[in-house]
Structure formats: structure tokens, C-alpha cells
Design a protein around this ligand. Sequence first.
Ligand SMILES: Nc1nc2c(ncn2[C@@H]2O[C@H](COP(=O)(O)OP(=O)(O)O)[C@@H](O)[C@H]2O)c(=O)[nH]1
Ligand SMILES: [Mg+2]
Length: 219
Amino acid sequence: MEIKVVKKVLDANNEIAMQNRKMFFEKRVFTINIMSSPGSGKTSILEQTLSMITPEIKAAVIVGDICTTNDAMRIAATGVPAVQINTDEFGGDCHIGAHFIKKAAAELDLENIDLLIIENIGNLVCPAEFDIGENLRVVALSVTEGEDKPVKYPLMFRVCDAVLLNKIDLLPYLDYKIDEAVKNIKMIKHEMPVFQMSAKTGQGFQPWIDWLKKMANVE
Ligand SMILES: Nc1nc2c(ncn2[C@@H]2O[C@H](COP(=O)(O)OP(=O)(O)O)[C@@H](O)[C@H]2O)c(=O)[nH]1
Ligand SMILES: [Mg+2]
């Protein structure tokens, strides 16, 4: 019985995700879902990315958190339209569901947006299970989280199209074995692109930006 309920929730989510994907396709908006543990640097990566692609590319951001509008305020400070989703009043969901994206997208002028970036709620588990109608998924992993997270949370790495290996500016202070982390990522998904970067210094961002533009076809 319980399994039936779970399946129903996922079916309902998938239905709305399909509607979202159709809407974004019709409006010619390319959508990317960025996921990670809390604090890996999603918002920092977005701030740096937006500074390198706007205003040439018309971008907007939807950010999900359980509470606060902190991240939307950080994004809005870059001059890019930002909509905050808070799941607290809906039971504090640990992921963004497709229905939240449908609602948040209604707040945006999609006719004037080419690239929509969605910052998911910090969590390496549930966000991987919920399709929100996006075109591309990336996972940020910071070097302070340990080399083994890809093999501990394989679904997240399986459903993503690239890994943003962030905070490499901290490597001199850590015992982190970056080759082992990359090996673990490739063990889960052999062909996965891994972009080593620092949102703090901007190091390593150009290859990620080039790849993103190519995937979004917005060069
Ligand atoms: N040293 C360093 N700190 C970073 C980097 N990226 C993010 N941070 C810091 O990590 C913390 C969490 O970053 P935030 O962007 O809020 O992560 P989010 O929770 O994934 O959105 C903040 O204190 C950032 O300043 C980085 O590349 N290097
Ligand atoms: Mg954030």
C-alpha cells in the first residue's frame, strides 16, 4: 500500500515535469538544475558563472531552500532575475518538486530568458529522484566533502551530466586526493565531464562556461 502512495507522488511529479519541459521548449528556454550538499558552493558558482555569461546571455535563476531568501538576494545582486522557492510552509521538502518550478516560472518573463538555472535544495539524495522538467543536470562537489561521496551517493552522480568539483583553492590545506575523487566519479559514470574549479578565485571556470554554452546552444 505504501509503495502505491510513493508511486503516485512520483507519477504526479513526472506529469508536471513533462508539462514544464514542454513549456520551456515552447518558450525556447534552456534549463539547468544544479544540485549538491549544503555549502558545496552552488550559489557561489552561479554568481561567478553569471558574471561571465551575462548580459550577453539572458539568464534567470530559481533558487530552492527550506527557509530564507538569502540566495535569491545574492543572485538578484548580480542583476539577474531571481525567484526564491521556500518549502518550509509545505512541510520542508528536501528537494524541489516540479510543481514548485511551474509556480516559480510563472513569476518570470520567459519570453526574455534564454537560460534558466535552478539551484536545488542542498541534499545529495532526494533532488536526484525528482524530475523538474530541466534539460541538464549538474552536481557540485567540493573538495572538503571527501573523495568517496560519488560512490556513497551514486544515484545523484548517475542522473547528472557533469560534476563541478569546487573549492580547489583549498587543496594546499587538505589531504584530499583529487585523482581518487575523479576516479570515483568515473566509476559511477565513465563519460562524466569533471570541471575542477574555484568559485572563490574563478580558477577553472572557462572550460565549464564553454561546455555550458555549447550544451545550451547559446554561444
Ligand atoms: N574557499 C572557497 N570557498 C568557497 C568556494 N565556493 C564557495 N565557498 C564558500 O562556501 C560557503 C558555501 O557557499 P554557497 O555558495 O553558499 O554554497 P551552497 O550552499 O551550495 O549554495 C560560503 O562560505 C562560500 O564563500 C570556493 O571555491 N572556495
Ligand atoms: Mg545556495
